[in-house]
Design a protein around this ligand. Structure first.
Ligand SMILES: NC(=[NH2+])NCCC[C@H](N)C(=O)O
Ligand SMILES: [Mn+2]
Ligand SMILES: [Mn+2]
Length: 309
């Protein structure tokens, strides 16, 4: 694990159908993310918030799509930021909506390839966000980043060209419970590892994530974690625009974070879709700060408790 965290605010909300996600990065600061990480003995660099300039609107044959030029501009900026930050510490992207992961994962993968490392992605989300520009029906571009970074066709000429796609077999999605028909067909035809809520109920989240982490270790990979707030059950995390009932519990989420810390291979993180406008007195932001703390090494007992390998 890395000892310097770089906090990068990415106040993008054009990818969602609801306003308010652009306040997410500020809410993490109110919930004392930087201080919490410092208390764990980590160096923290606050890189502030990114901003794009004005963009000329772009049309797409899929008329449902909104804010294509804006999301393309965010993707380019976040990609460059992720690439630069990955050489200096552990970037933590504070969203902002999930479209930011198009840029963060693309930039992290460019760095990984340059360093001769194999990048794996753990995608914690109620949704696969696996639409192409053709298949999205809502037109909300937070529903497409995983298709983009794994190199599915149709982004050429609209999104920035990828240095290299992430290998689908290096991606593991956990927590799915809202999958559109076009996404389901593409996931069935592809090679991404997918664990829906039923798999979690039947097998246990620790065994599912443990199997993936063993694979990352076996292939000497590095890991990017993309955490969508709606991975969590809305009862404990109401501050998100796309709530879906039946999500991960408090203990399941902390277990995953603790296992990620113990595996020692996480090099970058997105925490996305926090919408303070929909939150209940900051409780979702505070919960996320505690989860990030678990990922960065906070533990209940002061001894290694790793038991999954
Ligand atoms: N990052 C998210 N919250 N994505 C939700 C996407 C929901 C739906 N699949 C859509 O494309 O509109
Ligand atoms: Mn998502
Ligand atoms: Mn989601």
């Amino acid at each position: 694990m890395i000892d310097t965290c770089i906090l990068i605010g990415a106040p993008v909300e054009a990818g969602t159908g609801r306003r308010g996600a652009d306040m997410g990065a500020r809410a993490f600061r109110c919930a004392r993310l930087a201080e919490t990480l410092s208390d764990l003995g980590l160096a923290v660099r606050d890189a502030g918030a990114l901003a794009i300039g004005p963009v000329a609107p772009r049309a797409h044959p899929n008329a449902a799509i909104r804010d294509l030029a804006e999301i393309a501009a965010w993707t380019e900026l976040i990609e460059a930021t992720a690439y630069a930050a990955a050489g200096q510490g552990m970037p933590i992207f504070l969203g902002g909506d999930h479209s930011l992961s198009a840029g963060s994962i693309a930039g992290i993968n460019r760095r990984a390839i340059e360093d001769g490392r194999e990048l794996f992605v753990l995608w914690l989300d109620a949704h696969p966000d696996f639409h192409t520009l053709e298949s999205t029906e809502s037109g909300n571009l937070h529903g497409v980043p995983m298709a983009y970074v794994t190199g599915r066709p149709g982004f050429e000429g609209f999104f920035p060209p990828l240095a290299a796609p992430v290998k689908p077999e290096n991606v593991c999605m956990v927590g799915l419970r809202s999958v559109d028909p076009a996404e389901r067909a593409a996931l069935e035809a592809g090679r991404i590892t997918v664990h829906d809520m039923r798999a979690i109920d039947e097998t246990g989240i620790g065994r599912l994530v443990g199997a993936f982490l063993r694979e990352v270790e076996a292939r000497d990979g590095i890991l990017h974690v993309s955490f969508d707030v709606d991975f969590l059950d809305p009862e404990i995390a109401p501050g998100v625009g796309t709530t879906v009932p039946g999500g991960a519990t408090f203990r399941e989420a902390h277990l995953v974070m603790e296992m990620l810390h113990d595996c020692g291979r996480v090099r970058s993180l997105d925490v996305v879709e926090l919408n303070p406008f929909l939150d209940d007195r900051g409780r979702t932001a505070l919960l996320l700060v505690d989860l990030i703390a678990s990922l960065m090494g906070r533990r209940i007992l002061d001894r290694p408790t790793r038991s999954w390998s």
